[in-house]
Design a protein around this ligand. Structure first.
Ligand code: FAD
Length: 435
């Protein structure tokens, strides 16, 4: 049996410009790529037609075909990664396992368990930075501390950036090093406990038009002019380095800033993992939320009587996407006007968003709540009506998602904006005073 290396794909579902894969392919042994469907993650998903599972399933299948075309195999397994690795060490002569860094806490925990197993078998384990430009503590303040404010982080990110940071890695030009082995059983979607979702997925193309018009149109939800690459960035079906190259070449500074926000929130959650479930600002950890279940349900269903909020929630429910401007308005409405815990909203978005990314979701929810490291001031409340007047003046977006808007069938507002705003500010103030 030939000695091989495994490349463990996680959130990097591509052969092109994949740092860890390139390292594996350029090392001594032939390489067999692997993807593990992990029940710890899948079992937590409520919806048995979760579109993200279909997306991953199909992307893994695409890689399996690409590997086959290159004369190699691609292993797909269902099980706890430690048990899967244990089994693979029996089936194959594995010299090393390569993978790319995954910064979320659960990923780190399972990775540590896998590493322990590999150590016991004297199998080398190599991991690489791939999904961000700067990670962990690569960018620190002069005092050696993590950046908590985006402005200085961005300046430092731009000052530090060199061509090397966004140079493509040569993984795709070494695919002849993929090895053919007995691939074993490839689980079906049904065996994973899921059914196929019929939701369409945004394609992975970034057009020149998007880059050129982003600054002028990104805040207008009816224009649908953003890249829709969030899903692809989440699962690594596009390379962040390639996108940075494109943004720089097009001088699309604002779009580049969005990619920097992504890096920013990734490092923030890595440094402050407790903020996944706790407000960053300790003074705002004791807000007495109202958490009214019926109002929460009205928000989820897009039946609050506030057209921009309802349009956004219906877009989310129907497509797994909501425009960024509307995400901000909908989140602010839930937290401030309904005085519902930001974590309820964060969890709902996590369930529904195709582009759900823990670091970005938590970071943005805390930004809107005013409880985060870098957030808008806690006393700022978006007015749902003013946001509508400013960003969807002609109601084009609202009419698309709320066809009964303007008729007697459209619900009356469930709260009074000014009074609910004052109620929120009082609750925030009280938490600060109790601290
Ligand atoms: P574009 O506008 O074309 O931007 C390109 C990419 O930059 C995005 O795909 C994303 O990777 C990144 N990006 C853009 N804005 C932000 C931002 N504010 N923070 C971090 N990264 C950003 N983004 C997610 O990727 N996952 C989430 O779970 C998520 N949850 C959010 C929750 C709330 C309450 C809010 C207000 C924003 C959230 N965002 C999240 C940020 C932003 O809304 C989405 O990234 C963006 O709408 C995705 O659309 P797009 O791919 O067309 O992005």
């Amino acid at each position: 049996m030939a000695t091989i290396s495994l490349f463990w794909h996680r959130r990097d579902l591509r052969f092109e410009d994949n740092v860890g894969l390139a390292a594996a392919l350029q090392a001594e042994h032939p390489v067999v790529p692997l993807f593990i469907f992990d029940p710890e993650i899948l079992d937590k998903l409520e919806n048995r037609q979760d579109a993200r599972v279909t997306f991953i399933y199909d992307e893994v299948e695409r890689l399996r075909q690409e590997a086959k075309a290159a004369g190699g195999s691609f292993l797909v397994r269902y099980g706890h990664p430690v048990q899967v690795m244990q089994q693979l060490l029996k089936e194959l002569d594995v010299a090393a396992v390569y993978t790319n860094h995954d910064y979320e806490q659960y990923a780190a925990t399972r990775e540590a368990a896998v590493k322990k197993l590999l150590d016991q078998h004297s199998v080398a384990f190599h991991t690489f930075k791939d999904q961000v430009i700067f990670e962990k503590d690569e960018l620190l303040t002069k005092g050696g501390l993590p950046y908590k404010i985006y402005g200085p982080y961005k300046r430092s990110w731009l000052a530090r950036l060199t061509e090397q940071d966004y140079q493509a890695s040569p993984s795709a030009s070494h695919l002849e090093k993929l090895a053919a082995v007995k691939a074993g059983h490839h689980p079906t979607l049904q065996e994973l406990g899921f059914e196929r979702s019929q939701e369409p997925f945004p394609d992975r193309k970034l057009t020149q038009h998007t880059l050129e018009h982003y600054a002028a149109t990104r805040d207008l939800p009816a224009r649908d002019s953003t890249s829709r690459l969030g899903l692809h960035l989440r699962f690594g079906t596009v390379s962040i380095r390639k996108l940075v190259q494109r943004a720089l070449a097009a001088h699309s500074d604002i779009w580049l800033s969005e990619l920097i926000w992504r890096d920013f929130f990734m490092q923030l959650l890595w440094h402050f993992p407790h903020t996944a479930t706790q407000s960053y600002d300790p003074k705002l950890r004791d807000i007495r939320w109202r958490n009214n279940e019926a109002e929460f349900q009205a928000w989820c269903a897009g039946r609050t009587g506030f057209p921009l909020i309802d349009a956004g929630m219906r877009q989310l429910n129907a497509t797994g996407f909501m425009h960024n401007r509307v995400r901000m308005a909908a989140a602010s409405f839930l937290i401030k006007n309904l005085l519902i815990d930001w974590r309820w909203g964060e969890a709902y978005f996590a369930e529904k968003l195709l582009d759900y990314e823990m670091a970005s979701n938590v970071g943005n929810w805390q930004w809107v709540a005013g409880t985060g490291a870098d957030s808008q001031p806690w006393f700022r409340v978006f007015s749902p009506d003013a946001q509508l007047a400013k960003f969807d003046k002609q109601h084009a977006y609202v009419k698309q998602w709320v066809p009964e808007f303007g008729t007697a069938r459209y619900p009356a507002p469930i709260v009074e904006p000014a009074a609910s705003r004052d109620r929120a500010l009082a609750a925030y103030r009280a938490s600060r005073e109790r601290h």
